[in-house]
Design a protein around this ligand. Structure first.
Ligand SMILES: [Ca+2]
Length: 449
């Protein structure tokens, strides 16, 4: 009975996921890399573009804080709440103590399962050194390229920061580019005109903007999230309900900049100024000012349905996590962590990523051994599905290039033949030289008096 209930709940969950995910089921998920087909030559494979299903990638990341000792609780500290969070603005009864589990706020509490009470959160030390800035970098590293498919949502347990930058890296943290600036006053903080994501167009989609939407001067108690809007950007091509994914996929296929925009290996949240809730910082109550984050996720509603996807260039439908490293399970004769190379012996033509088009199955662009144009099988071999040359008896090699005389005895024979050939050539040259000298001497004899 319990099992039945569990199965029913699971089915309900799956259908809820299906109903709420942002890629309509009719588009398919590019979840199959190949299927078996019957051809004139017998059983063979039909190859399709494929990619791993989007999943919660927060469990595969490594989090780094800078400065490293910025987490509260060592030594233990008392905190006050901002006036708008508490009835009594002078309530200072929140203790942070790293040595006591119930009072500790380590970074991993930004990634645990939220939804139970009370919330669990990471918390920084307070702004004790005011007016020196209280700044924290939170870096999330996957050690693998991933693609964003949904919004990034950061939930603050403190007030939302007054200044913050979200950055990304495409090269494992060596270089960084801003994704979005956040401030109560964009002009003042970053000398940028404030802009909202809904003001972007297809042509300005890749513009980096500063938004005041998530850090207004006043803080509403329940307004805790800061967002990086991926869905709104997708909607510029796919329509407000993302019903025209063909248009988006078409753009992704043809525009590298657009693909790169949603691709990253690391994310960095740069917290530059905490919420103060007022224009003036209360010097006498610096324990009010700190950062606290309860959750970081790529918004999927519900959480497990959709987040980001492991980037495999449309050559794999699964990623594996081994020895702390995430990598694609490559198909289509590709290899490498992102399937971005052709396997050895399959490098007959330049590697290329799969294509989303034509919808719904896309094009695999597999790495080939042979074809009928540049990579012809030799000595009468027949190319089978670009995968192998079927060689006539006595011929071998990837392209049937090895003749019947391959192997040690043959090589000896061949080297013997070569020596004979060389000797013959030497003799011929000698004869030619002799005849030349003879004719020259004769000519000289004729000319001389
Ligand atoms: Ca949490």
């Amino acid at each position: 009975m319990r099992l039945l209930l569990l199965l029913a709940l699971k089915a309900l969950w799956a259908s809820w996921c299906q109903a709420t995910q942002h890629y309509p089921a009719s588009w398919g998920h590019y979840d199959v890399c190949k299927s078996q087909v019957y051809t004139e030559d017998g059983l063979g494979w039909h190859y399709m573009a494929c990619q791993p299903e989007a999943t919660d990638m927060t469990k595969y990341l490594r989090v780094t804080l800078d400065p490293a000792n910025i987490t509260c609780g060592d030594p233990p500290e008392m905190y006050c709440a901002l006036p708008m969070f508490e009835e009594n603005p002078y309530m200072c009864n929140n203790e942070c103590d790293a040595a006591t589990e119930e009072l500790a706020h380590p970074p991993e509490l930004m990634f645990d399962f939220e939804g139970r009470n009370p919330t669990t959160f990471w918390q920084s030390t307070s702004w004790k050194k005011h007016p020196k800035p209280l700044q924290v970098n939170i870096t999330l590293s996957w050690n693998k390229t991933i693609e964003l498919t949904d919004d990034i949502v950061i939930t603050f347990e403190s007030g939302r920061p007054e200044q913050m930058v979200l950055e990304k890296s495409l090269d494992y943290g060596r270089t960084w580019q801003p994704y979005q600036f956040y401030a109560t006053d964009c002009l003042d903080a970053f000398t940028m005109e404030p802009k909202a994501v809904h003001e972007l167009t297809q042509h300005t989609l890749l513009d980096i903007i500063c938004t005041e939407d998530y850090s207004r001067g006043y803080v509403w108690k329940y307004d805790k999230t800061v967002r990086f809007e991926i869905k709104d950007r997708f909607a510029l091509f796919a329509g407000p309900r993302l019903h025209n994914m063909a248009s988006l996929y078409g753009q992704l296929d043809t525009t590298k900049n657009l693909r790169d925009f949603f691709t990253l290996t690391d994310l960095r949240i740069r917290l530059l100024r905490p919420a103060t809730g007022a224009t003036m910082v209360d010097e006498n109550n610096l324990s009010r000012y700190f950062y606290a984050i309860s959750d970081i996720k790529v918004q999927g509603s519900p959480r497990l349905c959709l987040t980001v996807t492991c980037k495999c260039n449309l050559h794999a439908n699964a990623c594996m996590f081994e020895k702390g490293k995430l990598s694609c399970e490559c198909e289509h004769n590709t290899t490498g962590p992102d399937c971005s190379r052709c396997k050895r012996h399959y490098q007959g033509r330049a590697w290329s990523m799969g294509s989303y088009l034509p919808i719904p199955k896309g094009t695999a662009n597999i790495c080939r051994v042979c074809d009928s144009v540049l990579l012809r099988c030799q000595n009468g071999g027949v190319c089978e599905q670009h995968q192998r040359c079927r060689c006539p008896p006595a011929f071998s090699g990837v392209l049937c290039e090895r003749g019947p005389c391959y192997g040690d005895p043959c090589e000896e024979l061949q080297s013997g033949q070569a020596a004979l050939h060389l000797a013959t050539t030497r003799q011929a040259l000698l004869l030619l030289l002799l005849s030349l000298i003879t004719s020259l001497t004769a000519t000289w004899g004729l000319l001389s008096p």
